[in-house]
Design a protein. Sequence first.
Length: 109
Amino acid sequence: MSKIAQTPDPPYYAVIFTSLHSDDLDGYAATAERMLELAAGQPGYLGVESARRELGITVSYWRDLESIKRWKSHAEHREAKRQGKGRWYRNYCTRIALVERDYGNTRDK
């Protein structure tokens, strides 16, 4: 089931990963699931939201830039990124943004 991430009051960071898949997705689903599990166990991880049709967008939320740096350098994550660049993604972009405000409907909290 899809859920909106329950983040703390700002400020915090968002890592926005946008991608277009290639034709070779062998092993992609298992690796993507593993990355979600690993990220959730990292210090400073706050949550994730993801959507995919033709264009995929995954936004992970982090307490600070140091937490993002640690996740970026995690050995399994580095290997998944290498596979993504070489096989699974036709095109991709990662953006890091500081969240200064958030608001919305909180019925699911």
